[in-house]
Design a protein. Structure first.
Length: 447
């Protein structure tokens, strides 16, 4: 406890770090304040049915990501999610279109052009989703709309688009002037904002069950949740080298500070991106269902029963495994690793330099990625098992799944940023000894 207090004191001794943290907190406060500002032309007293529909199923998961703004008909109802969708689309376009591949290789100037294209695409995606949200509001909370339909539709599309752009600007400011990871931090803050409500709802449901063991089951659930959180932390930050039988062989002739070079490989080098990719695709049926409020089949795609169905979860699980390999191939290039080893006089005894070394590394990477992807998929579908076991649907979304992975990953990244500032100024980090905090980023150089 004393070490923690001293660390907090050291944080506020560093002027630059203190200013960054205070600016980050101020921008987060603005983001949370905006989530309670209701859209023009909407009576907040008539949103009871909207709030209840946004507490379960896929819409409940969307509501968690935007910190409850979706169920409050807020100006930030779509949050930062359209930007995430646009970013995913841009990454796929970069793989498929030579023009974007060329921009990616142009360094900083190319990155700026890609970012500008992503912003323009975000505007288009937000406007399209805003139309669906207007249709959804008319179908489920028409009594809360107090102005004309045409005027409400136009104003809502404009306000929601401006709200998403403003959220994107807040995230970029946190990244540039704050402690970093702005977009991810805004999503994590929205998730954390819903956690107390979900926790209270679960406790009330257990106490209202009528059985004397309700509180005992709640304590057991909390213990299991803590175990899952620690398992998720191990998955997100767990780095391992190439297996033991090969580790001592993969050394170079050069040494730095008496430490031999090894190639760091992660069991889960893709971080939480595969689950975000897969979840974004699984949201598509629910999003299109907002355009067909009178269709029982389309509305069933938004229900909790669809999210708990066998085929939804098995497809979600398989998509995560596929995207884990896909994104790992994006962030780790075995051929470049082999070239870097050759340039630095590194070698693998018994394996020829160049293509053979790249094939060797790719084979090992494929083997250690499989268990990581399976574990990632299991955590992603845990909410379905939690709901089947009697956990409240609001709380079940925190019992694993995308929300928990994002929350853990962002927390580790933020702590790593703060620790880096402390270590650069010769202060003790948040953890002493060799237990340094590792973020989600895959290591790209020898260490």
């Amino acid at each position: 406890m004393k070490n923690l207090i001293n660390t907090i004191r050291n944080i506020f001794k560093i002027e630059d770090l203190r200013d960054r943290i205070l600016l980050t907190l101020a921008l987060i406060f603005v983001y949370r304040l905006g989530s309670y500002v209701v859209l023009p032309g909407v009576d907040p007293n008539g949103l009871g049915e909207l709030a209840s529909s946004g507490s379960s199923g896929l819409l409940g998961l969307v509501n968690i990501f935007v910190g409850g703004s979706f169920g409050r008909a807020s100006i930030f109802a779509l949050g930062i999610m359209p930007y995430i969708s646009a970013s995913i689309a841009m990454q796929l376009l970069t793989l498929a279109i030579p023009y974007f591949q060329k921009l990616q290789k142009e360094g900083e100037s190319g990155r700026r052009k890609i970012n500008q294209t992503t912003r323009l695409l975000t505007i288009a995606v937000t406007a399209f989703q805003a139309v669906g949200y207007v249709t959804f509001l008319h179908s489920i909370a028409s009594s809360a709309i107090v102005i004309g339909s045409v005027l409400f539709a136009i104003s809502t599309v404009v306000v929601l688009t401006a709200g998403t752009i403003f959220c994107m600007w807040l995230g970029e400011k946190i990244t540039d002037k704050g402690i970093g990871n702005g977009i991810s931090l805004l999503i994590a803050v929205g998730i954390m904002a819903r956690l107390p409500f979900a926790l209270i709802a679960e406790l009330e449901s257990k106490l209202a069950s009528g059985s004397g063991g309700g509180l005992v089951f709640f304590v057991i659930e909390m213990a299991m949740l803590v175990a899952i959180v620690f398992g998720t932390i191990m998955l997100v930050q767990g780095t391992r080298r190439i297996p033991v039988q090969y580790a001592k062989r993969i050394v170079g002739n050069r040494q730095f500070g008496g430490v031999r070079q090894f190639i760091p490989l992660k069991i889960n080098a893709a971080g939480v991106m595969p689950i975000i990719f897969a979840q974004a695709l699984m949201f598509i049926p629910s999003f299109f269902a907002t355009f067909f409020p009178d269709s029982p089949f389309m509305q069933s795609l938004q229900s909790g029963s669809f999210q708990q169905s066998f085929w939804y979860n098995i497809i979600f699980f398989l998509m995560i495994i596929i995207f884990t390999y896909f994104y790992t191939a994006l962030v780790i290039n075995p051929s470049q690793m082999a070239d870097d080893m050759k340039k630095n006089n590194g070698f693998i005894p018994g394996v020829k330099p160049g293509r053979k070394t790249a094939e060797f590394i790719d084979d090992i990477l494929s083997r250690i990625t499989l268990p990581g992807s399976i574990f990632l998929g299991i955590i992603a579908i845990l909410p379905a098992f939690a709901t089947a076991a009697g956990v409240n649907s609001q709380f079940a979304n925190f019992f694993g799944g995308t929300s928990l992975l994002i929350l853990v990953g962002v927390m580790l990244d933020t702590l790593q940023q703060i620790e880096s500032h402390l270590l650069m100024r010769h202060y003790d980090g948040l953890l002493k000894g060799n237990s340094r905090i590792k973020g989600r980023q895959a290591a790209g150089a020898y260490q």
